[in-house]
Ligand binder design. Structure first.
Ligand code: NIG
Ligand code: FE
Length: 427
C-alpha cells in the first residue's frame, strides 16, 4: 500500500499505545516497545507500525526518513500550561530565594497578580509573540500537543483577549493546542475581599462569554474540547466557590479541570471528580480517600514535579502511591512565569523518576497517552497507533530510558508533526 512517508531503521519504537484508554497499574510499565521498527504514515496519520522489514515490504512511500537506530516515541503531550502572559517574575524569583512564600506574595498583591497587570496592559500581538517563543521552546523539547490556560486577565475583556491569542497560536504554530478557561485563577484586585461577587461575575458573565467565543472558534469546529479550571486554594477559591463554579461550567458544556491540593487540601479533588473532571492537577496533599475516589474514576491525576523543583521543595505529589492505587497519572511542566518556568516535559520526567520514584516507562506513558486523555484528546493523540495523528519524536538516544535519565539538555533529534518534520536539532 502506498504511504506518504516511512520512518524506518528505528532502534526502539515506544508506541505508548493503550487499547483500553488511560493506562493504569502494571500497564504503565509497558511502553509498547518494538525493536528494529518502522512506521508508515499517510494523510498526516499513522497507517501502520511494525518491524522495519515488514513495513518496508508492505508499503512504498514517496519519502523516507532514516532514524539511524535511534529511539522514537509519540510526540509529548503537555496537559497543563500557562504560557500566554506578559512581563516576567524575576524579582519574585529572587524574593523566593531569600525565603518569601508563594501564597504570601499572592496575598500581598504580587505573584499571579503582577502577571495579571502586565497581561492586561499587553496587546494581543505582544501576547502572541511572547507565547510563540515559548511554544518553540516546547517543540524543541519534543512537545507536539499542549493545553493552554487563560487566567492572567481576570476580567471579561482580558480573558477573552487571552482566548483569542490561544486561537491565533493554534492557527500559526505546529503544536496542537487545547484551550482552558481559568478566570478563577485568583481574585483580581478590584474584587479584593469579595470573592463571592467575583465568582458571581464568572458564572453570570464570563463563562457564557467564553462559551460564545468557543462556539465561533475553530476549536469547536475541529471537535477540540474546551475546559474550565479553578485554583482551589487559600487566598484563591474555597470548596463552596469551587462547587458553584464547576457546576455552572459543567452545565454550560465545559470539560472540567481543577488545581487542587497544591499547598492546602480544601476538598477540591472530590468536588472536581464529582463534576466529571477530566483531570485534577498538582495533588501534593491529596488524601487517601480522595486517591481511592480518583482510582475509581475516569479522571486523570496530573502531577507537576517541575513546580516542586522550582519552589525548592523536597516534598512532591505522591505519584508512586497514585499509580499503585490504580489512578491514571499524567505529568506536566505547568510552564508559567511564577511557579514553573519550564518548557521541558523531559525535565519533568527526570525529576519524577528521582523524587517521585516513577520508572522511565511510567513517566513516558504519563507524558504521552495519559496526558492526552487528561486533555480530552486520547483517541487521536498520545500514542503511535494506526489512525492516530502522526506526531513523533526521534530522540538522540538508543534506549528510551535515556530520555528520563539525561537532564540539562533536550535529547530531541527531530520532531514530526502530522507526518511532517517541523523541528530538527542542530547537529
Ligand atoms: O499551576 N497555582 C496556580 N497557578 C499556577 C501558577 C501560576 C503563576 O504563578 O503565575 C500553577 O502553579
Ligand atoms: Fe497551573
Amino acid at each position: 500500500m502506498k504511504a506518504d512517508l516511512i520512518v524506518g531503521n528505528i532502534g526502539q519504537l515506544a508506541s505508548c499505545s493503550s487499547p483500553t484508554g488511560q493506562k493504569r497499574g502494571r500497564e504503565v510499565q509497558d511502553v509498547g516497545l518494538i525493536e528494529n521498527a518502522a512506521v508508515a504514515i499517510a494523510g498526516g496519520r499513522i497507517l501502520t507500525l511494525g518491524s522495519d522489514s515488514e513495513i518496508r515490504t508492505r508499503h512504498t512511500a514517496a519519502e523516507f526518513i532514516d532514524a539511524e537506530s535511534k529511539v522514537i516515541t509519540p510526540g509529548l503531550v503537555d496537559p497543563h500550561t500557562h504560557i500566554v502572559f506578559a512581563g516576567d517574575r524575576l524579582s519574585e524569583f529572587e524574593l523566593k530565594i531569600k525565603g518569601a512564600e508563594y501564597l504570601e506574595m499572592l496575598a500581598a498583591g504580587g505573584g499571579i497578580i503582577s502577571t495579571v497587570k502586565a497581561t492586561r496592559a499587553a496587546t494581543e500581538g505582544e501576547l502572541v509573540e511572547g507565547a510563540l517563543k515559548r511554544l518553540n521552546k516546547m517543540l524543541a523539547c519534543g512537545t507536539t500537543t499542549c493545553e493552554i490556560k487563560t487566567g492572567y486577565g481576570l476580567d471579561t475583556e482580558t480573558e477573552l483577549k487571552m482566548l483569542r491569542v490561544v486561537e491565533e497560536l493554534d492557527r500559526t504554530h505546529p503544536i496542537d493546542i487545547v484551550p482552558t478557561f481559568l478566570a478563577a485563577h485568583t481574585v483580581p484586585p478590584e474584587f479584593k475581599d469579595q470573592t463571592d461577587a467575583y465568582v458571581d461575575l464568572i458564572c453570570g458573565e464570563m463563562l457564557p462569554a467564553a462559551r460564545e467565543w468557543y462556539a465561533a472558534s475553530h476549536f469547536s469546529n475541529a471537535g477540540t474540547p474546551f475546559f474550565c479550571d479553578i485554583f482551589t486554594e487559600r487566598n484563591a477559591f474555597d470548596a463552596g466557590q469551587t462547587a458553584r463554579l464547576l457546576e455552572a461550567a459543567r452545565v454550560l458544556g465545559f470539560g472540567i479541570k481543577a488545581h487542587v491540593d497544591q499547598f492546602t487540601n480544601l476538598g477540591g479533588s472530590r468536588i472536581a471528580i464529582e463534576n466529571g473532571a477530566a483531570s485534577i492537577d498538582h495533588l501534593d496533599v491529596i488524601s487517601d480517600d480522595e486517591i481511592a475516589l480518583l482510582a475509581e474514576s475516569d479522571c486523570v491525576g496530573i502531577v507537576i514535579p517541575t513546580e516542586n523543583f522550582s519552589g525548592g521543595k523536597t516534598q512532591f505529589a505522591p505519584a508512586r502511591k497514585l499509580i499503585d492505587s490504580g489512578c491514571a497519572v499524567a505529568i506536566s511542566t505547568d510552564f508559567n512565569p511564577g511557579s514553573a518556568p519550564c518548557p521541558s516535559q523531559q525535565m519533568a520526567m527526570a525529576i519524577a523518576c528521582r523524587y517521585q520514584k516513577l520508572l522511565p516507562a511510567e513517566v513516558m506513558n504519563a507524558a504521552t497517552i495519559n496526558a492526552a486523555f487528561a486533555i480530552g484528546v486520547g483517541s487521536t493523540r498520545g500514542s503511535i497507533a494506526p489512525g492516530k495523528r502522526a506526531d513523533l519524536v526521534i530522540w538522540d538516544a538508543n534506549d528510551y530510558r535515556q530520555i528520563a535519565y539525561e537532564f540539562g539538555r533536550s535529547a530531541v533529534d527531530t520532531v514530526i508533526k502530522s507526518g511532517t518534520p517541523v523541528y530538527r536539532a542542530a547537529k
